[in-house]
Design a protein around this ligand. Sequence first.
Ligand code: NI
Ligand code: MN
Length: 226
Amino acid sequence: MKITFLGHASLLIEVEKATILVDPFISGNEKASGKIDIKGLNPDYILVTHAHQDHILDVEAIAKAAGAIVVSNFEIATHYEAKGIKAHPMNHGGQWQFDFGTLKYVHAIHTSSFPDGSYGGQPGGFILTTQDKTIYIAGDTALTMDMKLIPLSADLDLAVLPIGDNFTMGINDAVLAADFIGCDNILGYHYDTFGYIEIDHAAAINAFEKAGKKLHLLDIGATLTI
Ligand code: NI
Ligand code: MN
């Protein structure tokens, strides 16, 4: 499984049978827009954790250009279906077998309005299981006790956790989250994009190291293979 960081909370995940884009916010992210060409992404699926602008900005354009299927909660899926985009609706606790593997939509503690204020359902995260790897994409979330449910059904090879604080977990809570989910291999996201979420990279890596865990911080456009 290849995971490319596209800036902020945007990921491109390449698995054997599909290319999966997560929460595309690229054209409006000045740190990413010069480095990532959204026309070249060409995903088969777009996972959307919640309806905030910094997670959906490029969904419509990319989905229409690539013919991608949007996978999200019921409200977000319905929103894109009304625009003529194919979508697969899910809700918390549910999982579905896709052609590339299994997705489960899990709890996140956050909010989920669309930019115009309309209802974007409840925010979530995804557990993606393919033939050989299982990863957890937390979405925007606080540390939550529900994370302790994840290792009961998933043996994670990697977890993608927000670490930027202010709008989501910060570093210390993310270290605790890594314990809750039973995963020592963490990819950080949702940091440095704007002033509220700037972090000290060395301190973040050190905090995970002290807890016996590995924190990956990727440059925009860089790829992690697991
Ligand atoms: Ni958000
Ligand atoms: Mn966000």
